[in-house]
Design a protein around this ligand. Sequence first.
Ligand code: ATP
Length: 298
Amino acid sequence: MASEQVVLDVEGLRMRYGTTDVLHDVTFQACHGEVLALLGPNGAGKTTTIEILEGFRMRSAGRVSVLGVDPAHADERWRARVGVVLQSWRDHGKWRVRELLAHLGTYYTCYATDDVTRPWDVDDLVKAVGLTAQADKKIRTLSGGQRRRLDVAVGIVGRPELLFLDEPTTGFDPVARREFHELVHRLAEQDETTILLTTHDLDEAEKLADRIVILDGGRIVADGTADELAERIAGEDEVRWTHAGQRHVRSVKESTRFVHDLFRRHGDEITDLAVRQASLEDSYLSLVRRVESAEVTR
Ligand SMILES: Nc1ncnc2c1ncn2[C@@H]1O[C@H](COP(=O)(O)OP(=O)(O)OP(=O)(O)O)[C@@H](O)[C@H]1O
């Protein structure tokens, strides 16, 4: 993390649609250069949260500060510092990729600073999102995954300080996904862009995020690094080994100590040893099941 400067500050956020509360007292922060993943089951409140932070939706209660400004009262200068990748860019089908990005980029020219050149050079941008071969194609002829890459390019053309990515890799093939992950790392590490992303891909969250916030039923049920969540929630590693021709599997809290004891007792008789640490998926599933069973008994 480049500095401890707080870029996103959310405290006691509440949202009510009609008579239904969908966010209850949501509190979290993100610091400069941090990549934060917001996870949670369908309907947990991720998009609602992100739309409030983007200034697209009015909250019912709570305090929200984004780059030091309340998004409900933000101006164009603030908007130019924020990049948004929405769930899909469907307009401008007759435009060509390069043309659209160059056109949208002109909006940011007046927001360039001594430190940040705006907009992003179109050829560099098209290359960064892997659309060089499609740069002169009409948008309506792009495949679903190529459109999604264009969505990402539209979101970052102004070189935002803060980037919101709502399910960015839906429809990406494995190569596109890998390239997108490299782009996110580059944005966070080289450009110190703060990134808030939502995803249902736990492997993606584990790879990209410095910190993970899990929302369930409109409440934050976990907040920490993938390792912290694995330790705090799933808590157990899986150890597999063979002894005297027989396969064994045990779930244990302290795998290093367990393996040490195993070798102390059986030495070279132990073969095929494998230790699998609890993954983010284990933590997530265990947490969501716990919340669901608590709701059933409530
Ligand atoms: N405009 C709306 N009017 C009424 N209820 C809404 C509206 N938008 C969302 N909701 C409700 O708010 C809750 C949270 O929805 P939201 O879209 O934020 O969830 P999500 O976590 O993004 O879900 P998903 O993973 O399915 O995209 C859901 O119960 C949804 O039905």
